[in-house]
Design a protein around this ligand. Structure first.
Ligand code: FA5
Length: 366
């Protein structure tokens, strides 16, 4: 009996002194474990006479109960202390300066879209959007390309399958020009918008990708002429490339939705393998790069969009955003834009804290 009392006292002292869950578990095995002394003492009750058992059982049972309670209480206390310690260790110091945190970067396409929205906003243009999944009417027909029009073949269109399996009705828009139609139908005239966004064509090499970005421009008003178009594009490119010696070449071209139509080229030189915009494209060491198409909005398109061509006229342009980003920031392979390689993004990406503004400069440095 005294044996059990003193053994229990020692066990309770050991439990109270345990400083870890492992030490507590060792104490549990020594007492209540299969081979622990309390369990072995309980087993001896079976071999006793009823009188001996009545005399011995209460002391053993009470030893088991007090040790089990002490183990439970200590386990709870140790677990609570461990949690406290973990919470203290894992606190986040919100007072750390944000620049010290690991940083992502703004993709050059997003950067250029912000830059052009800023420049065109200053010229009084609003930003319009349209769906990337478009229908045949907005993408082609309303832009003066009926079903048999040969220009449709130039667009390498991705069509969605339909019930007949023919799939000619719903498509991924091949250019941002359908936003012209949507904007004119929605808000009438006068109008002054740009529409940046993704477009899709089945096309792939160093300067063509199946998904790329365009920005559409549309101005509809009274007495608008080609001179306004040239001034707008020249003013935009001077602000965008941040230099005054920008030379544009407007080359006669053909688009079904503009008449007359002009293709817009910019002069650049090649210095140390890098293309630098500026100067006349025909000067020695210089060349022209095509940036987009433009022209006066075709009267048929105005009619499709519900406007009277006798009253309203205007110009439109569509520029390749990826192309102008390459030219401004010196990349030479368009495909790398869409690889998602973190090293490329770290090199060519922009700080999210460096928003382009006209006053601070639209050409934020990476
Ligand atoms: C058009 O898409 C016309 N909608 C542009 C337009 C709008 C003309 C309004 C008149 C009035 P085009 O197919 O030429 O035109 O494309 C315009 C520009 O997009 C090209 O000059 C080029 O810079 C860019 N581009 C075309 N295809 C690709 C491609 N696969 N990858 C990257 N950029 C491309």
């Amino acid at each position: 009996m005294t044996d059990i009392t003193s053994q229990t006292k020692a066990a309770l002292a050991a439990i109270a002194a345990a400083t870890s869950l492992d030490a507590l578990e060792a104490e549990r095995l020594e007492t209540l474990g299969k081979k622990g002394w309390v369990s072995l003492a309980l087993k001896t009750l079976g071999g006793m006479s009823p009188e001996e058992r009545t005399a011995a059982a209460p002391a053993i049972q009470s030893a088991r109960a007090s040790i089990a309670d002490a183990l439970d209480a200590k386990k709870g206390a140790l677990e609570a202390a461990a949690l406290e310690e973990q919470l203290a260790r894992e606190t986040v110091d919100l007072t750390l300066p944000a620049v010290a945190a690991p940083k992502g970067s703004v993709h050059p396409v997003s950067q250029v879209m912000d830059e052009l929205a800023e420049i065109f906003a200053d010229l009084g243009f609003a930003v319009a959007t349209g769906p990337e999944i478009e229908d045949d009417w907005h993408n082609f027909t309303a832009l003066n390309m009926d079903e048999t029009h040969p220009a449709r073949a130039m667009h390498d269109t991705f069509y969605f399958p339909d019930k007949t399996g023919e799939g000619r009705e719903i498509l991924l828009r091949t250019h941002t020009s359908p936003v012209q139609i949507r904007s004119m139908l929605a808000q009438g005239a006068p109008i002054r918008i740009i529409a940046p966004g993704r477009v899709y064509r089945s096309d792939s090499d160093a300067t063509h990708t199946p998904m790329f970005h365009q920005v559409e421009g549309l101005v509809i008003d009274k007495d608008i002429h080609l001179g306004h178009l040239k001034w707008t594009l020249e003013t935009f490119f001077k602000a965008f490339f941040e230099r005054e010696d920008i030379t544009l070449r407007l080359r006669p071209s053909y688009f079904p939705f503009t008449e007359p139509s002009v293709e817009v080229d910019v002069g650049y030189s090649t210095e140390g393998g890098r293309r630098v915009v500026g100067g006349h494209g025909d000067a020695p060491g210089h060349a022209w790069m095509e940036l987009g198409g433009s022209g006066m909005v075709n009267a048929r398109v105005l009619e499709f969009a519900g406007l009277d061509p006798a009253e309203w006229q205007g110009f439109a342009f569509g520029l390749g955003i990826d192309r102008i980003a390459m030219l401004k920031y010196g990349m030479n392979d368009l495909r790398a834009f869409f690889d998602g390689d973190p090293r490329w993004l770290a090199h060519y990406g922009f700080s999210p804290f460096d928003q382009p503004t006209l006053s601070a400069g639209v050409g934020a440095k990476a």
